[in-house]
Design a binder for this molecule. Structure first.
Ligand code: NAD
Length: 259
């Protein structure tokens, strides 16, 4: 039996493309190849040009400014999308940020402002992104994915407050999956191994983390953007229709290793 995933006629919104290295972009390319129609958001005016340049590779998609921590901006984006496309089928949430001073050093020195910034951007943002989307999905429901990291469960020195944010994000995935399951809206996370992106570059010790994954994971290598993207394609398609509230590791198996 041969299966391939065809997303022709499906539409979705991608949050979190910053440049061609973004995980969101890796996911977008595979979704576009599968036939999906995509629209994108970018954080602010400064990022508009690089995002425009990146997404032009797949044509001239709708591109809207959105700070996802602001529920009014999320609502406005959804109104515009609804007017242009009608119902959509999926949402990709690939958003995270922490102040540089709150990554590395002693976790106990995290200040309230840094805690708020990291949690608001990296965890809270999923709440309006999912919560405001109800009218955007049709009667068949839809699928949402977000990106997390193993530091939600185990300590990665340097990742600090982002570990706390990822733990909160994973909990939100479960709560949202229960709340929206009745509308057949599925919400899952992918726990990706380290990938060299803009966000990853600000994590002290990222190259050691990368090396540890390469040397100690059962597959003895790092993962690729494509491997995360293929799992995203599965989770956003009907092939995963029975899965919600789950956290799927794409980490070359690193998460099962104790020593
Ligand atoms: P990236 O820097 O390319 O993407 C992060 C995105 O978040 C950027 O596009 C940025 O504009 C966006 N963003 C930040 N604040 C925002 C806000 N308030 N509103 C809307 N957008 C905002 O880096 P990435 O590595 O592709 O990160 C994507 C996701 O993958 C993040 O959640 C990250 O934690 C997660 N992740 C990354 C790795 C890795 O090693 N790179 C591993 C596991 C999980």
């Amino acid at each position: 039996m041969t299966f391939s995933i065809d997303l022709s006629g499906k539409k979705g919104i991608i949050f979190g493309v910053a440049n061609h290295r973004s995980i969101a972009w890796g996911i977008s390319k595979i979704l576009a190849e599968a036939g999906a129609e995509l629209c994108f958001t970018y954080l602010n005016e400064r990022l508009k040009k690089p995002v425009e340049k990146t997404v032009s590779e797949i044509g001239n998609p709708l591109l809207l400014e959105c700070d996802a921590t602001d529920e009014n901006q999320v609502e406005n984006v959804y109104k515009t999308v609804k007017n242009k496309y009608g119902n959509i089928d999926f949402i990709v949430h690939c958003i995270a940020f922490a102040e540089r001073e709150d990554l590395g050093g002693n976790f106990s020195e995290t200040n309230l402002s840094g805690f708020r910034t990291a949690l608001e951007t990296s965890a809270y943002s999923l709440i309006p992104v999912v919560g405001k989307s109800i009218d955007l999905f049709g009667e068949d429901g839809g699928s949402v994915i977000t990106l997390t990291f193993d530091a939600s469960q185990r300590v990665y020195p340097g990742y600090n407050i982002m570990g706390t944010a990822k733990a909160a994000l994973e909990n939100e995935v479960r709560q949202l999956a229960v709340e929206f399951g009745g509308k057949n809206i599925r919400i899952n996370s992918i726990s990706a191994g380290p990938l060299p992106t803009l966000a990853a570059r600000s994590i002290p010790g990222f190259s050691e983390m990368n090396k540890a994954h390469r040397e100690r994971s059962p597959l003895k290598r790092n993962i690729s953007h494509d491997e995360v993207a293929k799992t995203a394609l599965f989770l956003l398609s009907d092939m995963s229709s029975g899965i919600t509230g789950a956290n799927i590791p794409v980490d070359a198996g690193y998460g099962i290793i104790a020593l």
